[in-house]
Design a protein around this ligand. Structure first.
Ligand code: ADP
Ligand code: MG
Length: 384
């Protein structure tokens, strides 16, 4: 184990930057001596959030859903790199080893003692069952021991909610492109916790396509950031790859054909001895992927007359996607927001943000809360 692995990364510095946090002026309640939010006139809601759905053990303390008091992420990437992907059993064991340390660090860094917390929130799904169970069991035990309310949170809702931290003025409704390793959805966020499904992938998620292409060209794991960096050295117009359209579902996505086209290109070149540049290949793949994501998002925004667009999930940190979407939105006068990269990939601050709105709605979980690996974000179909 390396020194780097041993140390949980503290990200409070970034998360509390003006870009990522809401500063609310506060005063002390004369009766309780507890700090009160001037904005709401009520005691601040401070939620300890825990995330362990995949290969990050993370904990954060978030105030009123928008202000990150602490955010600690311990990434297992180095452990899994040698296997070329996440090994669920190893991930579970690492979560067990680290969760106490990560939660302790988050509490310490927030300066909020356990007894002043308002609730404990935890990702209950979707994700890997073993890793999810570690977080859920830990959160249940803590909530029981400290007599705190418990909130089970949907991981995808967490990704969307990272935007509430990064953009203090962002309010629903808006259109959100959720692009991660396991999910690709286009949804209208009608209200807090209310999602209307506009489009989805029919096969691979966007992040999965990045990861598979990275592996096949020898860039290794994790693929997305490596493709992003390599593509900067290449010509995105060197090769033309197909952009799939789904019949009768204009906003749906399909990435498996694109992934196969890249693999076919490589196989063909290997058989014929044709030379090509890896940077050109991944730049062209990235462009095809990004163009489809941007075109479908903009088309949906125009058709549904929504002028506010957000992006969420690991792939939302892709530099080409950010630049292309920004330019497309600028030309049409749409506003665009996305979280800083540290809030795009898995973190617990986003779970604390999502949990706050569940807390306000009184959507608490019982101590029978369970991990649900295939948990779906409750979505209203477009035509409902
Ligand atoms: P999940 O929640 O589904 O595990 P995350 O939201 O943590 O996924 O995001 C991880 C995914 O994001 C991976 O597929 C990774 O390759 C991809 N990703 C991360 N950074 C980038 C990037 N700069 N460009 C493209 N993809 C990226
Ligand atoms: Mg995620």
């Amino acid at each position: 184990m390396t020194e780097h692995e041993e140390r949980p990364a503290s990200l409070t510095g970034q998360a509390q930057s003006p870009e990522a946090g809401v500063e609310m002026s506060r005063e002390t309640s004369p009766e309780t001596g507890v700090e009160m939010s001037q904005e709401t006139g009520r005691d601040p809601v401070r939620i300890l959030a825990i995330e362990s759905s995949c290969d990050e053990t993370a904990a954060a303390v978030v105030e009123n859903g928008r202000k990150v008091l602490s955010s600690v992420i311990y990434s297992q990437i180095e452990t899994h790199t040698v296997f070329g992907g996440v090994v669920p059993e190893i991930a579970s064991r690492k979560h067990i080893e680290k969760i106490n340390q990560v939660v302790d660090a988050a509490l310490k860094e927030s300066g909020i003692p356990l007894r002043e917390l308002s609730a404990v929130a935890v990702t209950m799904g979707p994700g890997l069952v073993g890793p999810l169970l570690i977080g859920v069991s830990f959160a249940k035990a803590l909530a029981f021991a400290e007599d705190l309310p418990l909130l089970g949170v949907n991981h995808i809702e967490g990704h969307v909610s990272a935007n509430f931290i990064a953009h203090p003025d962002l309010e629903p409704p808006f259109l959100c492109l959720i692009v991660s390793g396991g999910h690709t959805h286009l949804v209208v966020v009608e209200d807090y916790g209310r999602y209307r499904l506009v489009g989805r992938t029919r096969d691979d998620a966007a992040g999965e396509a990045f990861d598979k292409v990275a592996r096949s060209v020898g860039l290794g794991y994790p693929g997305g950031p490596k493709v992003d960096a390599e593509a900067k050295k290449g010509n995105p117009d060197a090769m033309v790859f197909p952009k799939a359209k789904v019949h009768d579902a204009p906003y749906d996505f399909s990435f498996s054909g694109l992934k196969s086209a890249v693999l076919n290109f490589q196989n063909h070149a290997a058989m014929t001895g044709e030379q090509y540049s890896r940077a050109d290949l991944v730049a062209s793949f990235q462009k095809a992927c990004v163009d489809v994501l941007v075109e479908h998002t903009i088309a949906a925004a125009k058709d549904l007359k929504i002028r506010k667009i957000a992006m969420a999930g690991g792939v939302a940190s892709n530099s080409c996607l950010r630049a292309t979407m920004q330019e497309a939105c600028r030309r049409r006068g749409f506003t665009l927001c996305f979280p800083p990269p540290v809030l795009c990939t898995d973190n617990a601050a986003m779970i604390g943000a999502a949990a706050y709105y569940r807390y306000l709605r009184g959507e608490f979980s019982g101590l029978d809360l369970n991990a649900v690996p295939g948990l779906k974000l409750e979505m209203i179909p477009l035509d409902a």
